[in-house]
Design a protein around this ligand. Structure first.
Ligand code: NAI
Length: 331
């Protein structure tokens, strides 16, 4: 039998946490033959509720779940973890300035970076979900210099999946037949959902999404806006932000990262830019990636037209500004 993998979920008493931990315990993230030990972290005001989540995990009697560490102690939470899914953060509240929210999250991610660096298992893979996701991941990378930058990522897979979903609805095809959309840039409304390389498997073979949709006006405006604004639309409908889709996307992200992407398919991940596609190096930016043996690689050589170039640059600019704001909070 395989040794259990230790998976940390921070913010585990929150909405996404509640949807995510049963998925991990059922093998959705790491496979149905991979035992897991869950490490759940939240802050003291949520300790009782966190314990309730732990009780439900016991009650669910998941065969793959070999243990639960539920704690408000960052060091205990981070010790020995192989995978860290960082969902905990400080939400923007009414009347708060952007800088105040950033400042709270910078200090959270700085201290969690220290704890992961010191106490996580070697080669721990980190996924940041909490917003501002790209910039929180960047802060984590800065303050955990011994964790290789290739091991630190942020979640844009939800946006990627949303784009697949919109194309499948529009064309009335199965979502599993749509592939290779791209989310470029920030997990924010400046992201660029790009279908220029996306295809659909049809009875007549692989067809470009652009050819099948045959409506550039829709693809270049409404489609993009719908994906960019989907988070807000969910809040409006549910009075709560996306949780089950975010949890599912986090599982997709880690599963593909660890187990590899299928031949011919890429996914979107927020990763440390090496300057590919003239995206400034040193930002955590969402790119198309393929993965193999636990490592991601940015897909190279895709054509970027003028329309796309502007959108790639715009979201990079926003990330550079966020980075500057985050750094201004450090002093
Ligand atoms: P939530 O407010 O229900 O849960 C957040 C949890 O984090 C709370 O239980 C809170 O006590 C905890 N927390 C706060 N500070 C913490 C700290 N220092 N250490 C550990 N835990 C801490 O929020 P929800 O809906 O679960 O969302 C979580 C985050 O994910 C938010 O930042 C949200 O904006 C973000 N998000 C990101 C998405 C993405 O695609 N990247 C999609 C949806 C949400």
């Amino acid at each position: 039998a395989k040794n259990p993998v230790r998976v940390l979920v921070t913010g585990a008493a929150g909405q996404i946490g509640y949807a995510l931990v049963p998925m991990i315990a059922r093998g959705v993230m790491l496979g149905s033959d991979q035992p897991v030990i869950l490490h759940l972290l939240d802050i003291p005001p949520a300790a009782e509720s966190l314990n309730g989540v732990k009780m439900e995990l016991v009650d669910a009697a998941f065969p793959l779940l070999k243990g639960v560490v539920a704690t408000t102690d960052v060091v205990e939470a981070c010790t020995g973890v192989n995978i860290a899914v960082m969902v905990g953060g400080f939400p923007r509240k009414e009347g708060m300035e952007r800088k105040d929210v950033m400042s709270k999250n910078v200090s959270i991610y700085k201290s969690q970076a220290f704890a992961l660096e010191k106490h996580a298992a070697a080669n721990c893979k980190v996924l940041v979900v909490a917003n501002p996701a790209n910039t929180n991941a960047l802060i984590l990378k800065e303050f955990a210099p011994s964790i290789p930058e290739k091991n630190i990522s942020c979640l844009t897979r939800l946006d990627h999946n949303r784009a697949l979903g919109q194309i499948s609805e529009r064309l009335n095809v199965q979502v599993s037949d749509v592939k290779n959309v791209i989310i470029w840039g920030n997990h924010s409304s400046s992201q660029y959902p790009d279908v220029n390389h996306a295809t659909v498997t049809t009875p007549a073979g692989e067809k470009p999404v652009r050819e099948l949709v045959a409506d550039d006006a829709w693809l270049n405006s409404e489609f993009i806006a719908t994906v960019q604004q989907r988070g807000a639309a969910i809040i409006k409908a549910r009075k709560l932000s996306s949780a089950l889709s975010a949890a599912s996307a986090a599982c997709d992200h880690i599963r593909d990262w660890v187990l590899g992407t299928p031949e011919g398919i890429w996914v979107s991940m927020g990763v440390y830019s090496d300057g590919s596609y003239n995206v400034p190096a040193g930002l955590i930016y969402s790119f198309p990636v393929t993965t193999q043996n636990g490592e991601w690689k940015i897909v190279q050589g895709l054509g970027i037209d003028e329309f796309s170039r502007k959108k790639l640059d715009l979201t990079a600019e926003e990330l550079s500004e966020e980075k500057a704001l985050a750094y201004s909070c450090l002093t």
